[in-house]
Design a protein around this ligand. Structure first.
Ligand code: FAD
Ligand code: UDP
Length: 387
């Protein structure tokens, strides 16, 4: 690699890396992306199964945002179709809307009790469309508290224990609060004003975004094989040569620094895909299993990809587990585990990396944040202005 021909080095071809690459390339700068996987797209990567179904190889991904700038940016690289994601969960043998809403309430409670709960919730929260389950379970009104405790037990306690491998009380509130209780009949999983999916999928969108004369991509290359951090002189070397132009790093910081402060903990998933010779497996794109089963949810991709394929379908079961680089079942670190201790460890790494003026950290791994894709795109757009 002749590094002196590049104005910018990007590590990782997920949204964080690809967005910066495109923006900077459009300004006439030469960009090199180094990606350790054999394909672009990061966790957004999709591919076709032999039966024709387009699957999300790293778990189901649905685009939703309130940020118009983010959507305007993406629309340059794909057509989109409106898609409002809806989830149902198996509770006491019934398939009810998740987030838990008034329909779920009516399906699981006797009419008289359901009416009482709806009335008291409306009295207490006449203006609110949704509320945190953590507020309901500590409410001073006994009926609201009882309702909260029911939903907490049926929807959150066991799903969370499966997903995170620790009791729900030890999981950061921001994680639990991603899924509210809805004070009405809105049955959409996300409440954002913009909810669309790319017509030909995310891989195609990435191909279009990275198809620019100023962008070169090297796949199958872990940056740790060619980067050297010279702490004494505060210089970065690539293949032995000093590289002083900006470097956007979107991978895990502990890997970059050879785990010198220990491994940053992550949750991962054993993703089990199954093909069936039938047109549909389940009545909905995603069915959550908060209580039964070892997996947390089943996704049926055809609902997400808008494909009509007669007699064939593919589903995905997600079995959560601790991330362990040596365990073949969990290929990647997916979810940062947000707590004081881990953030402290992350900050130690960040401080070390900040000693190098030209390394910038962007993305879910590099910032150790539970970002949705729109937040990553927003950060990457900001970064492309900054550098
Ligand atoms: P990544 O996509 O992880 O990209 C980082 C890239 O860097 C990877 O390709 C990696 O191989 C590469 N890399 C890492 N280290 C190195 C190295 N040392 N050398 C070279 N290359 C390296 N968001 C939503 O908005 N909606 C959803 O429905 C949604 N569902 C999700 C479901 C799951 C199961 C998960 C785990 C996440 C989900 N997300 C969702 C979040 C979304 O995946 C992320 O916000 C987004 O993909 C992060 O992009 P990124 O570029 O930061 O990271
Ligand atoms: N959650 C839950 N029950 C559900 C869905 C979600 O307890 O039926 C909790 C769980 O702790 C999960 C968190 O809410 O980790 C966030 O859920 P989300 O669907 O946003 O997770 P992701 O899609 O990012 O895996």
């Amino acid at each position: 690699m002749k590094m002196n021909q590049y104005d910018l080095l990007i590590v990782g071809a997920g949204f964080a890396g690809a967005v910066v690459a495109r923006k900077v390339a459009e300004k006439g700068k030469k960009v090199l992306i180094v990606e350790k996987r054999q394909q672009i797209g990061g966790n957004m990567y999709e591919k076709f199964e032999e039966n024709g179904v387009r699957i999300h190889l790293y778990g189901p991904h649905i685009f939703h945002t309130n940020n118009e700038k983010v959507f305007e940016f993406l629309k340059q690289f794909s057509e989109f179709y409106p898609y409002e994601h809806k989830v149902i969960g198996k509770i006491d043998g019934k398939l009810v809307p998740i987030p838990f809403n008034f329909t779920s309430l009516e399906m699981l409670f006797e009419k008289e009790k359901a009416d009482k709960i709806k009335t008291i919730l409306k009295e207490h929260y006449p203006e609110l469309e949704k509320i945190s389950i953590l507020d309901l379970i500590k409410h001073e009104n006994p009926l609201i508290k009882e309702f909260g405790e029911y939903v907490f037990e049926k929807v959150f306690v066991h799903y969370t224990a499966k997903q995170w491998g620790i009791p729900v009380e030890e999981v950061d509130k921001s994680v639990i609060n991603r899924v509210p209780v809805v004070l009405g009949y809105d049955d959409r999983y996300f409440k954002d004003s913009i909810q669309y999916m790319p017509k030909e999928g995310f891989t195609k969108l990435f191909e279009n975004m990275l198809n620019h004369e100023n962008i070169d991509i090297v796949l199958n290359k872990n940056i740790t094989e060619i980067i050297e951090l010279d702490f004494e002189n505060k210089k970065v070397k690539i293949e032995g040569e000093i590289f002083e132009k900006p470097i956007i790093f979107t991978g895990a910081v502990d890997e970059l620094l050879n785990y010198k402060y220990g491994r940053l903990p992550y949750r991962s998933l054993d993703l089990v895909f199954e093909n069936y010779h039938k047109t549909y497996f389940q009545p909905n794109s995603v069915v959550n299993y908060p209580n039964e089963e070892k997996f947390t949810r089943i996704t049926e991709f055809k609902y997400l990809t808008n494909q009509e394929i007669e007699g064939e379908t593919t589903i995905l079961k997600e079995y959560p587990l601790k991330y362990d680089a040596n365990n073949k079942k969990c290929l990647d670190p997916y979810y940062p585990i947000i707590n004081e201790e881990n953030i402290k460890m992350y900050n130690n790494y960040k401080e070390e990396i900040n000693k190098f003026h030209n390394i910038h950290l962007v993305g879910r791994l590099a910032e150790y944040k539970y970002y949705n894709m729109d937040a990553v795109i927003e950060k990457a757009l900001e970064m492309s202005e900054k550098i």
